[in-house]
Design a protein around this ligand. Sequence first.
Ligand code: ANZ
Ligand code: ZN
Length: 905
Amino acid sequence: MSFLRLTQPLPFRTTNLSYRYASTQKTPIDFTKIEAKWRKRWTQTPPFRQGPNENTIDKPNYYVLSMFPYPSGMLHMGHVRVYTISDTIQRFRRMNGYNVLHPMGWDAFGLPAENAAIERGILPAEWTVKNIAIMKEQMNKLMLDFDWSKELATCDPSYYRWTQYIFLELYKAGLAYQREAVVNWDPVDQTVLANEQVDNEGRSWRSGALVERKKLKQWFFKVTEFADDLLKDIDLLKNWPERVKQMQRHWIGKSKGVEFKFPIVSNNNHLKVFTSRPDTIYGVQYLVISPEHPLINKDILPAEHAEQTLSFVQDLEKVQNMEEAEQSKKGVFTGLYATHPLTQENIPIYVAPYVLSDYGTGAVMGVPAHDKRDWDFCRANNVVDKVKFVVEPSIQPVDGSYSQDEPFTSQGILTELSGKYKGMKSKEAMKAVLKDAMQSGFGQPATQYRLKDWLLSRQRYWGAPIPIIHCPSCKVVPVPQEDLPVTLPLNVEFTGRGTSPLTRMEDWVNCKCPKCQGPAKRETDTMDTFVDSSWYFMRFTDPQNITLPFDYDKASSRLPVDIYIGGVEHAILHLLYSRFLSKFMLKQGAYQSTPETIPGNGEPFNVLLTQGMVHGRTLKDPETHRFLKPEEVDFTDMANPKVASTGKKTLISYEKMSKSKYNGVNPVDVVEEQGVDATRLHILYKAPPSEVLEWDDTSIVGMKRWLAKVLKLAQSCTSTQDPNTIPPLDTMTEMERDIHRTTHQTIKQVTDAMTNTYSFNTAISDLIKLSNSISGSNVPTHSPVYQHAIRSLIIMISPMAPSIAEESWEVLTQSTESSSINNSVFQQAWPKWDAQALVKDTVNCVIQVNGKTRLTVPIPAALMTNVDKIEQLARASPQGQKWLGDRPIRKSIMAKNGALVNFIL
Ligand code: ANZ
Ligand code: ZN
């Protein structure tokens, strides 16, 4: 499909134009005026919330959700894309008789509000409320039909009260706990930094100081408790992109292996290690523990090594970039030895940061011959003289590429260094080693997950306070449910330095212990904003509930979300945490999963649509490759911009929008300039939802032309006949049948796009083709078939281009139907397609004359074997005139069931 057709003059029928638009052929359509008109009317009488469609009894439920935004105060193109998609889907569903939930809210806690407070002295609450108002206004500009009666903001006490409630439920279930963990510490400002506040060089965004690692007591949710369910249930998500499912699987990272116990020589402890390669047990030449391992203790370490080991570990804590440390192969000998359970040799125990404290047992068996990291470590620290290769390739490469100058990390055959396992294949040996280890008691099967528990506490102000009280005698005491919410004090001072402002609010921090009534202190950590956003889709089912997070029946009837639309950047954490909390709430009996969707497993999202990014047109100087500011560019020829100073053509690429590239597009400007409908169509047309959308203002004009054409088609329709009286197929003229078939085909395709594939781009191009067919056909405008085609076209456009569709509908029906709100295009039933109408009723019959193919004639399917009729039709066509004329036919030979006829003259 190209826009070429749209740039041609529109073949509409001037004679049939309604008087009101008689002059629009010359003057362009005033989209702004039409939009304003409908915006006003819909505000007075919202088409979806009035009239018969609002009768929700007996209607199936449908829950369309787009990821709610952070209220930054500025809608960007990515938002516009995702909300246009969800609005289109929800309008389509309503017109198909669903009781739709399409809510919107605000992911309103988080760092930027605090930064604004520090930089501009505006209170986070005030800043957030302001931004919400601005963005809501912008959403309305885009004609996004959200159900604002369901609006919520996560920073509102009426919402975070229930976030706190859920925290306490998790706490009671043993799924929220506290332990020490490392945070980013700014030594100058004496404050904890979020990861986003640390730049690539490991420096604080504010003070510029090198960030240190500091251990603090932190709150965690035990997501790992659900690891198996979270992994296994991915298989049930039939309507999720494969890529996202793979990312989830990988994040959970299930690994099966063996846990071995190595007795420590100088005491009666054991060191446990987790390995995925028990077949390499004979290759173990040392052990390595993580810097956080409990063996790192001056009472355990041999005196002559304690000091060196402890200072090595302490130095690591100062390392700014832990990833770098993990990559480095630094390590020291702890002075401890363990006994190899099979060879009884004494092997040294090292400590090194490449061993992670939170994976497996926080200790590894060092097999330098068969593990790259172990090999590197062994080399770097001169751990052994000779590396023991205990596995070799099952087929020795002839080119001798198997050398012992590098580790052999694949599975293979065990060598003679492997004792009784010599000659076994790795797989076999793994089983045999495990069996023996279990018998002798030095090993057992183990499963590990890469997934970690969720560190949710933040040393920040602008978040939901963790509802916990610390009492000197009762220790950790949950805030009683009836005392929720623990509200955030609003009038705080922000300096950006020192501990979180909450810790300085004496009146707030000091409280009574709910258990012993003694003096106690509130927890000053707040929750990660991911907590707020992992349950908001449940709250939307019942956002005003003041006794529970949501009502059992309401949630059960709405969950899971039928379709969830959002950015792929949330493919891991947000979705994983939402799955976790949704499963948890189901286990708590807070709602019931409907069996016909995703049975009984608490999966929150049925269909997941991950939309691609919107890239901006980026102009660079061809010589210097410098990004060009708009004022440095000569746009006389929009498609071929030139560098103003040199006159050379700029380089054009499409890149992620960013201030430094001068390629950002403000959706509000676009809408004001181009109109809402054209902008929405353009977004949907330029790329399938999951792909990158290359934003280019210059092609919106094609959509405007098309919308003008649709409106003119509506004006061309003058019939006062009942549009529902479509004549039977066999009484239609051929032209009518053609249009009728195209209409039904389009209905079928567009319906499929809106229901299954979400390929709005192809839906729009199908609709453009339909409008071209209608305008190009000669079916009389009073024909019910013509009317039906135009009505269907307008109804199908309406979810994507609401105001022009509504305007066209009004034009179309003003003579026949009362102008009540029921006459809104959104109150119309979605057109249905009829299999009968799709059948192609003419066949192109190939005509040969004296054995040579000369022409084809369309023959009604019913006449396929009627040679006389075919001859008659052939002679009537211009080509037939030329080749057959009036000459008599001696013999007719029919082939291919009448699809080919050879006339012998
Ligand atoms: C010995 C060995 C020999 C290993 C060999 C691998 C290859 P996956 O598969 O991802 O689960 N490992 C175990 N705990 C670790 C920790 N806390 N920090 C860093 N590495 C750790 O990885 C399991 C493998 O990762 C384990 O198997 C262990 O190295 C290492 F030829 O043990 B292996
Ligand atoms: Zn107490």
